[in-house]
Design a binder for this molecule. Sequence first.
Ligand code: G3I
Length: 323
Amino acid sequence: PDTPLKVKAANNFFVGAAVSSSRLSGAYNTLITTEFSSITAENEMKMETIFTGPGTYNWTQADAIVDYAIANNINVHGHALVWHGSVPSWMNSYTGTDAEFEQLVHDYITAVVTRYSGKVTSWDVVNEAINDGGGTRNTIFLQKMGANYIAKCFQWAREADPNVLLFYNDYNTSTDISKQNDVYALIDDLKTNNVPIDGVGLQMHIKYDSPTKQELQTDVDKVLARNLKLHFSELDVRANSNDSQVLNTLTPERKLAQKMKYREVVEVYNAIPATYKYAITVWGIKDNESWILNQFNRVDWPLLFDNSFNRKVTHTGFLEGLE
Ligand code: G3I
């Protein structure tokens, strides 16, 4: 039988999975504790879950995930303090002044980071601030807090916890070169201004045939050149294709290509110097629960385990990447 992922990667970096508080017992518990050394809340540490109103917080689900990790000696990566994709509806319709809005965000970051100080190793502080095709994403945070909002969020997170690792997290930076340029320009700008940033999360929502290993390596090298830690933070590999060529069942060719892509990604990560390593986190456990199925509205098999919790050939690909 295959070696558990965390065993094979031991002492080099964490192998993580996105989880939810409702899926931590029974077969989930067995699988998580066997295979993974780190977890990330897929949704339950986002603003939409925690920030229920001005100055009010619901910690129930986030606490459940963090408590589970501590009880099982598992690392926690926090995701995500500020993301346009998880703004509570009350914030979207907020009628206070911009200064009051900014104070709410400041208080939120302080409250969350303080609560989990010493329990969470790292946070995605700002998620997806650059547009596809480049340019600053026009979010409610940009509108109300100004162009400096990203720097402010990192500062507030650092003030709340001097030791937690602070990440900027984004997707498609290996293939969208305009976006890539703007992401690294943003990071350079933060560093020039002594903003406390420790690492970059490359989400890695990728496809069986893209990015190429070279494209990925180029992207990775840009993180290392900036002396920042690297997290492959939301890895999944789509095996299905575009709308005109949808597969209903996974063909042997596609299955192999997908396995090889998993292997390539892990190879690239495993080859970086130890000082830059942190974790590879897969975005979910079982194929049928992946966000990909809803997002693209078609069948796919993006993860490492099938619907019955069995290891797939992608799991073997991951292990081979660690050889
Ligand atoms: O839990 C409710 C359920 O009670 C309700 O009946 C149902 C009806 O829509 O919604 C359920 O909540 C959904 C939740 O996933 C749990 O399944 C939300 O609508 C849905 O928006 C949410 O989607 C998540 C998405 O982020 C938005 O927060 C995905 O699970 C999650 O995988 C996805 O993750 C993001 C990362 O945070 C950032 N990077 C991209 C990545 C993929 O979009």
